[in-house]
Design a protein around this ligand. Structure first.
Ligand code: ATP
Ligand code: MG
Ligand code: MG
Ligand code: MG
Length: 465
């Protein structure tokens, strides 16, 4: 049955609340007190404190819908039906409470019961870790057919030493319209557009020790459940759209982009990339991230520039992203107060950065044209480097525009110059660093002051400013 994204979130949270879970609000996208993470990238990330015992959870059963950013999926955005840089992950968690069989039972009920999502069982496929007979048998006992259960060696979650375990992933079959091939496609991440991975249930049950075979890992005294399900993917299969981008979580942004560009949307990647990136930018800036040249700020800067580049493909040559922010706020504002409250700031930050970058682009393009005029076929490394270093013109654009005009770029030479510059600046940094160090010692150095009488004041230790 049709559901809006709001109904999907509510169905999820209420189902687990009714099963004794406490509803945890979404945390900020910016990790608190976790230096290993640039962004919150999974529902479990802000709950780590409960899993490692450093804080006591309000209840051992939790559920949430968590804002996530995954930049490792950036190249998939707009190419696959299902990847975003920002997405919402719905989850349920057991901290030493229920385990595998109950987690599978909850999953089955929520997905198939007509009171909840009501998916037909025939549309669902589950992968499981080959040794995990308990998981497989549980699915079988609920009525899942043997040929819908797929053993996969990769269904094991492990990051070095510590808690680890098998997982079971649930796929929704969107039918032959998307691909005639059968469930063997599930093992082909790149081509698979038919079976959408909607939910991953992780059974954290072993203590991993590097160097020891998995079947010799010790069982954990407290077993945990950690699950993650993509809201946008649920919306896609429930609303029956071709990709996540035509769901109510993105379509209004795309429609506004149509209006601004005067171009009709027909699945073009540019519309998808723009919708994705402006949402990520809005949500991240609303949570307090800034644009800069390093870390998180650099990620955002790159997303913005990438969105503008795609804008050019659909005739959007002036600042336009900030004009999409109100659409993002209409979609996300009712659930995420930060983006609602900070709309004006978000628009302003994006608008200023857009104008700055477009200015860089147009002056860079002028300089590139001048350089190309005196080029026969390969733009020199010096010219490419000057464009990058002096005019802030991105090298990808130098390559793209040069190629459009029939020139090549000495990209290897460019890389060598870039490397050289990096080494030089590192060397000068350490030199400067050691100078500062000396200066500091110099400033802090004081002769022990010995009172030598007012008369001799003039000859006392020189004071260093
Ligand atoms: P995929 O194989 O499709 O890249 P994944 O196995 O990397 O997904 P998990 O780490 O298992 O994803 O995350 C749990 C769930 O979150 C997935 O089952 C999916 O529904 C959703 N999800 C993961 N990555 C993304 C993304 N980049 N955009 C949207 N949803 C995502
Ligand atoms: Mg992935
Ligand atoms: Mg996967
Ligand atoms: Mg997965």
């Amino acid at each position: 049955k049709f559901m809006t994204s709001k109904e999907i979130r509510d169905t999820w949270l209420h189902f687990f609340r009714d099963k004794g879970h406490s509803i945890e609000p979404s945390s900020s996208l910016i990790p608190m007190g976790d230096k290993t993470l640039l962004w919150i990238n999974a529902g479990v990330a802000p709950l780590k404190k409960y899993f490692d015992g450093s804080e006591v959870p309000p209840r051992p059963r939790l559920t949430n819908v968590q804002k996530c950013i995954r930049t490792n999926d950036i190249d998939n955005v707009g190419k696959t039906a299902r990847h975003h840089t920002f997405f919402e992950m719905m989850g349920n968690f057991s901290i030493g409470d229920y385990f595998k069989e109950e987690a599978i039972d909850f999953g089955f009920e929520l997905l198939t019961s007509p009171s909840y999502f009501g998916f037909p069982v025939e549309k669902l496929y589950m992968t499981y870790y080959p040794d995990d007979v308990v998981a497989k048998n549980r699915w079988l006992s609920l009525g899942v057919k043997e040929d819908h259960l797929i053993p996969l060696e990769s269904n094991f979650w492990e990051i070095g030493e510590g808690p680890s375990g098998p997982d079971t992933e649930i796929y929704f079959d969107r039918g032959e319209l998307f691909d005639k091939r059968g469930p063997e496609l599930i093992q082909n991440d790149i081509e698979n557009e038919r079976y959408i991975e909607i939910w991953n249930i992780v059974f954290s049950q072993y203590n991993a020790k590097p160097g020891i075979p998995r079947n010799e890992y010790k069982e954990l005294p407290n077993k945990n459940i950690d699950t993650g399900a993509g809201l946008e993917r649920f919306a896609c299969v429930i609303q029956g759209t071709k990709t996540n981008f035509e769901t109510d979580l993105f379509l209004p942004i795309i429609e506004k982009t149509e209006e601004l560009s005067g171009i009709k949307y027909d699945g073009q990647m540019a519309f998808k990339v723009i919708a994705d990136h402006v949402k990520t930018l809005s949500m991240a800036i609303a949570d307090g991230a800034i644009l800069s040249n390093e870390g998180r700020g650099y990620v955002l800067r790159r997303l913005l520039r990438r969105a503008l580049k795609y804008g050019k493909k659909i005739n959007l040559n002036e600042a336009f992203l900030y004009r999409l922010v109100p659409e993002v706020v209409k979609i996300m504002g009712p659930f995420y107060d930060s983006v609602h409250k900070n709309q004006a700031i978000v628009e302003k930050v994006i608008h200023i950065e857009e104008m700055k970058f477009l200015e860089t682009l147009s002056s860079g393009e002028k300089h590139l044209d001048e350089a190309l005029e005196k080029t026969t076929d390969v733009l020199s490394k010096e010219d490419a480097f000057k464009l990058y270093d002096t005019f802030g013109f991105p090298i990808e654009l130098t390559v793209e525009l040069s190629e459009e005009k029939g020139y090549q770029v000495d990209i290897e030479g460019f890389k060598a110059l870039l490397q050289l510059q990096k080494e030089q600046s590192r060397a000068s940094r350490t030199k400067e660093g050691s100078m500062k160090q000396q200066e500091k010692a110099f400033i802090e150095f004081r002769e022990p002051s010995v009172f030598i009488g007012y008369e001799n004041y003039e000859v006392s230790t020189p004071v260093i400013k």
